[in-house]
Design a protein around this ligand. Structure first.
Ligand code: COA
Length: 230
């Protein structure tokens, strides 16, 4: 595996037609206060407050896999963050919860020789949504997948539109409806727009009332490591 230490990129995004310089870079211990405030903004109740990042967890991300600790900054303010770790994908044992995969968000399960980059968390401030920041941060992870010569990016996408209709349709049916344009889901829709494709529906993924505790496992495969027909 290649050794990659840091990620740093500057690109322009557009707010009301006006260019804004966006920096995607690794977060460090001096960013922690801003990251905690961002989490509160991005995951309001009913999302459980104990699932928001605390200082200790953020320090563990920086210590255990600094390359996967990413933030998006505009005008010196952190307006987005994404945390990733590495794992080994086993197609015969796909079922997992967020807590099992990520060691309750402490990423003690990070496998430095794994074949898969796993998205632990992604969020963008409500004040900066729709500018392409989420997509730029995912783009950064795709670049890491290629640079680290990994097989894929993987992550469980919340499906916050599902909770409200869970007594009417199964989660698989709901996802199928989203894929056929019959329903819209804000997170699955976002991930599809960002190039992710569905792998499996995971029950009991997260204590996430809006999603009926389900998630859709979605991947992005390293195009350089695929053989035709796979
Ligand atoms: C999901 C989230 C990260 C999206 O971030 P964002 O910066 O607003 O998204 P972007 O502006 O980068 O959008 C990228 C693409 O997704 C699309 N998209 C964004 N939100 C969408 C939505 N609600 N429904 C459908 N598509 C959506 C955009 O139209 C864009 O598509 P395009 O590039 O083809 O034009 C943000 O809404 C968020 O932080 N939500 C709360 C936290 C959360 O639920 N995180 C996910 C945990 S799994």
């Amino acid at each position: 595996m290649n050794k990659i230490e840091t990620y740093n990129k500057s690109v322009y995004v557009f707010r009301d037609g006006q260019p804004k310089l966006l920096h995607i870079r690794n977060y460090t211990s001096s960013d922690i206060e801003q990251l905690i405030n961002l989490q509160r903004e991005c995951f309001p109740p009913p999302y459980p407050a104990d699932l928001l990042w605390n200082r200790e967890q953020l320090l563990l991300h920086i210590e255990r896999f600094p390359t996967g600790a990413l933030c998006a900054e505009i005008d010196g303010q952190i307006v987005g963050s994404l945390t990733a770790m590495m794992t080994t994908f086993d197609p015969n044992h796909m079922s997992h919860s967020w807590a099992e995969m990520t060691d309750d968000g402490n990423i003690g399960t990070h496998e430095k020789n794994g074949d898969t980059l796993y998205v632990v968390d992604i969020s963008v401030s409500p004040s900066a949504r729709g500018l392409g920041l989420g997509k730029q941060m995912l783009q950064a992870t795709y670049e890491l997948v290629v640079a680290l010569k990994l097989q894929r990016l993987l992550g469980g996408g919340r499906m916050p539109g599902y909770g409200a209709v869970q007594h009417e349709v199964s989660p698989e049916h709901y996802v199928d409806d989203v894929l056929h344009g019959k329903r819209r889901d804000p997170v699955i829709g976002f991930l599809l727009h960002c190039g992710r494709t569905p792998v499996a529906v995971l029950p009991d993924y997260l204590d996430d009332e809006e999603s009926g505790n389900y998630a859709l496992l979605m991947e992005w495969r390293n195009p350089f490591l695929q053989t035709s027909g796979t």
